[in-house]
Design a protein around this ligand. Sequence first.
Ligand SMILES: Cc1ncc(COP(=O)(O)O)c(C=O)c1O
Length: 412
Amino acid sequence: MTRKLTVRPETAVLTRGYDPALSVGSARPAVFRSSTYVFSSPESAARSFEIALGKARPAPGENVDLIYARISHPNAQLVEEQVVPLEQGAEDAAVFNSGMAAISSVFFTFCPPGSTVVHTAPLYGGTQLFLDAILTPLGVRTVAVDAGDKDGLARAIGAATKLALVLVETPANPTLRMSDIEAASLAAHAHPDKPLVVVDNTFLGPAFQHPLVLGADLVCYSATKYLSGFSDLLAGVVLAKDRELIGKLRGTRAVLGNILQPDECWMLNGRLVTVPLRMNKQSKNAARIAAALVDHPAIEELIYPALFKEPEQCRIRDRQCDYPGAIITLALKGGRPAAFTFLRSLTIARNAVSLGGVESLACHPRTTTHSELSVEQLDRAGITEGMVRLSVGIESWHDLLADLRTALDALA
Ligand SMILES: Cc1ncc(COP(=O)(O)O)c(C=O)c1O
């Protein structure tokens, strides 16, 4: 008889989802690149299709034949099993071929034409563009509420009709303004339409923020960032407590054809085991750098969760974040010229979009990651000309600090 132990996430992520006996005993999973799978019988094929199309549910312990890699494949199944223990409260997950594929599939699945979406603002530029350029023309109404405005969000939720979904991106990219996940969930779940609460947890999860425990229904990731961690892989993940929600997403994914490919699943599988290690080191580095630079004369404002001053932002941080994370946003004196000069002067952090990798990256959000936003949206969110977003990696924080200080001193 096999003994079954309840283990902690760091252990589960190394042991769950993979049975070496299914891969000729190899200690690490094989990559199954096959596009199609041979059925054990025509009856099994029919049964697999019934289940894949949601016409039947698998019986407990039933072995269902794989069909075709657009629907699912062994490496996706493996990484989906493996990622679940990292997200507190999750029961199931679906993997996509980018963060945008994950987020857009959530909207396509749960927001029919005529429905309403309430969301925090700012959102990552790609998400905002998806809402404005694709969802709105399809007849979905969107209502934006400033990040951090708990009462405004509850009012917007309460006033919305045909409310399908509430999207909370917290901390917001790139301003790091936090929104109260629990308050949003309470307001949404009190609404007669029972909208889903979806949290984009890319900046702090899964190590430091746990939306499902705070009442959210779905958690989305750009797994391109901390989950994969080496800036060499595009991926997206959605997790939920309710397996049926993930089942519906898998249905959308099969139609859109945006499942994560076997090789990328295999890479992500190897990376997930170090997520807590990497995120802890990156957060510690960032905390030291932020504390050392906060009073630099070239900086108008240094935004970092551990250094928040606004009482409401501190309250949200203390309630829902275990650690401050590894993104520091600098508002530099001198606007765009100062920001560009600063970016040009850096020698360790590279001037690139994206974040969450082991190497430090810096970018100018107003002209890059958030250039999809209108000038009004940018100004309203406080994404200024002098703003630079810094994603802190695992380099020596002493070296990073020296490099950043030299670049800032040149401005001052
Ligand atoms: C908060 C957030 N959500 C979603 C995305 C989109 O993810 P991807 O680039 O993997 O499609 C990003 C990308 O920068 C992001 O920062």
